[in-house]
Design a protein around this ligand. Structure first.
Ligand code: G4P
Ligand code: MG
Length: 198
């Protein structure tokens, strides 16, 4: 089998061409040409739009940074809902358990609350003495991340790392004694992720 892949960038559009040639025997050659058109991230004054292709690139980028740091997670903890898909994609790089936790600060009328609602949590045995990697799509106010990190510390992990796709550029409280990886430092605009589309 012969595989030829190449990318052409044209006016902000990424055209990916894959040519697959299968040699069955001398008389039988299967030629499979596939063409992907991947529109790069789109940005307006107020919003940034991502496609699923963009999400894969963002995850690859953050995975590269984690690998370079030599941090080796024992467990991946995705914060729902936005961290679930990035968490699943990141698990392609690490054959480790992926566990979901779910926390928010809203009531049933979408009104912000002072105290977090914890809908789904993790067992201590998955955290104690482990290198944990907490994954979310966006670090916005950082309120959720602080809440989760402080709760995890009580379970005495070996080391805590955070991976996010977008760290919004704004003033926020630093996260102490945590390894922090973000794929992109992003303007403080509303990000429309592909799972937000309707
Ligand atoms: P943070 O502490 O993790 O920084 O986030 P924060 O609680 O400030 O954000 C509240 C909710 O708003 C979170 O959703 C977060 O994912 C979402 N959010 C913040 N900025 C953006 C953005 O630019 N685009 C999108 N699509 N969402 C944003 P959540 O309550 O965790 O719900 P879910 O959407 O992850 O399920
Ligand atoms: Mg979220």
């Amino acid at each position: 089998m012969l595989l030829i892949n190449f990318n052409i960038f044209l006016l902000g559009i990424n055209i990916k061409i894959n040519i697959k040639i299968l040699f069955l025997n001398c008389d039988n050659i299967i030629l499979n040409i596939s063409l992907y058109v991947n529109v790069n991230k789109m940005e307006s004054d107020k919003k940034i739009y991502y496609t699923y292709e963009n999400i894969h690139s963002l995850v690859k980028n953050v995975a590269k940074k984690i690998k370079t740091s030599n941090f080796e997670p024992d467990v991946l903890i995705a914060i729902g809902g936005g961290g679930y898909i990035p968490g699943r994609i990141l698990r392609n790089e690490y054959k480790k358990p992926l566990i979901g936790v779910s926390v928010n600060y809203y009531d049933e009328n979408d009104k912000i609350q002072e105290k977090a609602n914890v809908f789904q949590w993790i067992e201590k045995k998955h955290v104690k003495n482990k290198n944990i990697l907490i994954i979310d799509e966006v670090d916005d106010t950082r309120k959720t991340l602080h809440f989760i990190v402080e709760k995890m510390r009580k379970y005495k992990p070996k080391e805590i790392a955070i991976a996010v796709l977008n760290n919004k550029k704004k003033e926020k409280e630093p996260l102490e004694n945590v390894k922090y990886f973000c794929s992109e430092e992003t303007e403080d605009k509303w990000i429309v992720y592909p799972w937000d589309y309707y």
